[in-house]
Design a binder for this molecule. Structure first.
Ligand code: NAI
Ligand code: MG
Length: 352
């Protein structure tokens, strides 16, 4: 019997609707498998928690999470209660940084039955490896003066270690997929950091002679994601470029509600964290219509991470069967509720 201890943080908004849905699916997976057990421990850390305690998580929160095999997170943010820079930096970004989850993986693929805004999409199935610890998202910089002379300086940080780690991770993934990596650059505009990025990409690519490479400016690449996504497989990108590119990836799939992500700790010191790309969606919270597929596909990425690839594939195929038959929420053109989609996925898993 294999057992995994998982810390569950539903967080805010629809996180509290889609996380229970994905847990139902994981319970079903463990029923049909028999040799696999999940032990879930839920933590109420959220904006409401902040209002009560003045912090997003207790002072020993990170230590508590450190004892788990993985963190399964919904979404963080309720800008009406707590400013986003307080809530996200106090929980989501804190975990990503302190657990050294230096890589963020975000796939995008065409699902049958979900209309992509691309009129006749080819069978695209790509994956963005996003550098997750530095780059353009840094606290280095500051503000000076007030009034007409006021100015802000925001520094980007690109280290050989951080950049190389993301790139090697991408090449290793490519070795298991289509032997191709595209680097998202902007060395024609970003004067120091991006030529450095290109240089490291060149160096790292020499360690993987069997893998083909391409280097593409981020603006052109954004267009290619729309015009010919089927030509892309593994893309490696900086923190900001990867963030923007993956919302676009979600858009060409048909909805941000189906996009998953994994924050990977590569040194084995801390748990990795699995969360969908979307946020807490205050505009639809409480209506029962949040698309659970992003969170459920995120559970599939967690299964893969645990080495349960076969079960993971089974789950992904089941999601595809359910979308193909039109059982889907309204963001992707259906009329089903969160619970109906989840129930259908669980029922089909049980039939296998
Ligand atoms: P959002 O992702 O919450 O929502 C954007 C749009 O997509 C909304 O119209 C929403 O209804 C729709 N949407 C999102 N998930 C959906 C789902 N599962 N099913 C159907 N429709 C879905 O982004 P927004 O509105 O910019 O941010 C809201 C809050 O979430 C903010 O506090 C923000 O900081 C936070 N946020 C948190 C993230 C995280 O925890 N990883 C990521 C992005 C935003
Ligand atoms: Mg984003």
């Amino acid at each position: 019997m294999k057992k995994f201890n998982i810390a569950v943080i539903p967080g805010d908004g629809i996180g509290r609707e889609v996380v229970p849905a994905a847990l139902d699916v994981l319970h079903t997976i463990s029923e049909i498998h028999g040799g696999l057990q999940f032990d879930f421990t839920e933590f109420p850390w959220s904006c409401e928690y902040y209002l009560e305690h003045g912090v997003m998580m207790p002072s020993d929160g990170m230590e508590t999470l450190g004892a788990f095999d993985a963190v399964f997170l919904g979404s963080v943010g309720n800008p009406k209660l707590v400013p986003d820079h307080v809530s996200l930096w106090g929980l989501l970004i804190k975990i990503r940084r302190e657990f050294e989850q230096v890589i963020n993986i975000r796939p995008a693929k065409r699902f049958p039955g979900i209309a992509s805004p691309l009129a006749n999409p080819k069978e695209f199935d790509l994956l963005v490896v996003r550098e997750n610890s530095e780059g353009e998202y840094s606290e280095v910089g500051g503000r000076i003066y007030r009034g007409d002379d006021e100015l802000a300086i925001q520094n980007s940080i690109f280290s050989r270690r951080g950049t190389g780690t993301a790139m090697r991770f991408a090449f290793n993934l490519a070795a298991k997929r289509k032997q191709h990596v595209t680097s998202a650059t902007k060395s024609n505009g970003v004067y120091h950091a991006m030529p450095f990025w290109d240089q490291i990409f060149n160096e790292v690519s020499k360690e993987y002679p069997g893998i083909e490479t391409a280097s593409c400016h981020i603006d052109a690449l954004a267009a290619f994601l729309v015009t010919r996504p089927q030509t892309l497989d593994v893309i490696v990108a900086s923190n900001l470029f990867g963030d923007i590119l993956t919302d676009l990836g979600a858009a060409i799939m048909g909805s941000i509600g189906i996009a998953p992500s994994a924050n990977i700790n590569v040194n084995g010191k801390y748990p990795s964290m699995f969360e969908p790309v979307h946020g807490s969606a205050p505009d639809i919270v409480g209506k029962g219509i949040a698309n659970p597929i992003g969170q459920i596909w995120t559970a599939q990425m967690m299964l893969d991470h645990f080495g349960e690839n076969e079960l993971g594939n089974l789950l992904l195929q089941t999601i595809e069967k359910v979308t193909a038959e039109g059982i889907k929420t309204c963001d992707i053109g259906g009329g089903a509720t969160t619970q109906e989609v989840t129930g259908e996925i669980c029922a089909r898993l049980k039939l296998l």
